[in-house]
Every structure is written in structure tokens, then in C-alpha cells.
Design a binder for this molecule. Structure first.
Ligand SMILES: Cc1cc2nc3c(=O)[nH]c(=O)nc-3n(C[C@H](O)[C@H](O)[C@H](O)COP(=O)(O)O)c2cc1C
Length: 186
């Protein structure tokens, strides 16, 4: 169990990367693992990015999500070049972002390449896109811009529809572990 100060996060299960001791790396020696561990100190929520292509629904777990602009309402997601989701979003030109609720860890793993047979019909129809039923928030967006960025592509999307359930608490991700907020002020 790991506890942080400020917003309290309790790490639970599924360590997805090893921890490192305090260290300094210069640019020439920055390896992907060290970089991932450094960025893993940034606690995030967890989303499932979805799209619908040729009538088929696709989902992919992602924490590289951010809001970009209020007016117009823009969001961005970063999608690895190797993913199926990259191809599907290019095909559809649209995507939705579902911010997962704290009980959705199995769903997060399911859409991160670890298929779980117990996950059945996780989506509802949201502006002709799949949205996760148990999400805190679902945002539907049209692709406005695509930016090549190293081994990822950043999709900037213009938000067309929003669904929010303010009573729900988010699933968290920190140092390669899923967790929950200990205190949640609504
Ligand atoms: C917590 C978490 C966050 C992730 N964030 C991202 C992300 O932001 N972008 C990305 O491309 N992959 C991310 N992944 C990895 C993808 O979910 C994983 O590679 C997935 O299997 C790709 O699915 P696809 O190839 O079927 O589209 C994340 C995985 C986890 C568990």
C-alpha cells in the first residue's frame, strides 16, 4: 500500500512497473524505463478512449488525456503508433473519452490488452459513439487536429457532447499502480 500527501491515493494491486531509487539521468542516458518511471510520478485518472468504425465499437485504456481549451472546447489524447486505436480513430474521425469510476480497474485492464471475459457490454450509445456505462464523465469529440509526436500521435478533438455523473469518484493511476482517492470532496 502506498500513500501520498495532498490528495490521498491508496495503491491497490497490479504493479505494472518496478520502482526505482532516487536518481539523476542526463539526456544521453535517458532510457524508456527510467523515463516511464519519472513520468509515472504524475498521478492521473484513467480513461477508456473509444470509437466506432464500420459499426464496430473499439476501446483502449489511456491516461494520456488532457483538456486543452475551454472556448472552443478542445481535448487531446496521445495514442501509440502501434495501437489498433490509432487506425480506428483515423477511420472514424471521431472518438469519445470515458473517465473511469474507481471500481473500473478490471475494465481498465480489459482495454489495455488483457481481455477479461467477465467484462460484458460495457458501453452505452453516446452521440453515435460508445461510452463506458460506469464512467464519471464521457466526452464525445470530432478530430480537429492530428500531431505526430515520436512514437505516439496526439489527437486534438473538439467536444460535441458531455455526460457527467458528479457523484462518482475516479479511478487513479500512480507509479504503475491503480488506486482510489481516500478523501473525496464533491
Ligand atoms: C493505465 C494505462 C494507461 C495507458 N495509457 C495509454 C495512453 O495514454 N496511450 C496509449 O497509446 N496507450 C496507453 N496504454 C496502453 C494501451 O491501453 C494498450 O497498449 C492497449 O492494449 C492498446 O490497444 P489497441 O492496440 O487494441 O488499440 C495504457 C495502459 C494502461 C494500463
Amino acid at each position: 500500500m502506498t500513500e501520498t500527501t495532498g490528495k490521498h491515493i491508496t495503491s491497490t494491486v497490479n504493479s505494472m512497473q518496478s520502482q526505482t531509487s532516487s536518481s539523476v539521468h542526463s539526456m544521453a542516458s535517458i532510457r524508456p524505463g527510467a523515463f516511464r518511471n519519472a513520468c509515472g510520478m504524475f498521478g492521473t485518472g484513467v480513461t477508456v478512449i473509444t470509437t466506432r468504425s464500420d459499426g464496430v465499437d473499439y476501446g483502449m485504456t489511456a491516461n494520456a488525456f488532457m483538456s486543452i481549451s475551454l472556448a472552443p472546447p478542445l481535448i487531446a489524447v496521445s495514442v501509440a503508433n502501434t495501437t489498433n486505436m490509432l487506425v480506428r480513430i483515423r477511420q472514424s474521425g471521431r472518438f469519445a473519452v470515458s473517465i473511469l469510476e474507481e471500481s473500473c480497474e478490471a475494465l481498465a485492464l480489459h482495454f489495455a490488452g488483457r481481455p477479461d471475459g467477465s467484462v460484458a457490454e460495457p458501453f452505452f450509445d453516446f452521440d453515435d459513439l460508445p461510452g463506458v456505462k460506469d464512467a464519471c464523465t464521457v466526452l464525445a469529440a470530432e478530430v480537429e487536429q492530428e500531431v505526430a509526436a515520436g512514437d505516439h500521435v496526439i489527437f486534438v478533438g473538439r467536444v460535441s457532447h458531455i455526460h457527467v455523473d458528479p457523484e462518482k469518484a475516479p479511478l487513479m493511476f500512480h507509479k504503475g499502480r491503480f488506486g482510489k482517492l481516500l478523501s473525496h470532496e464533491s
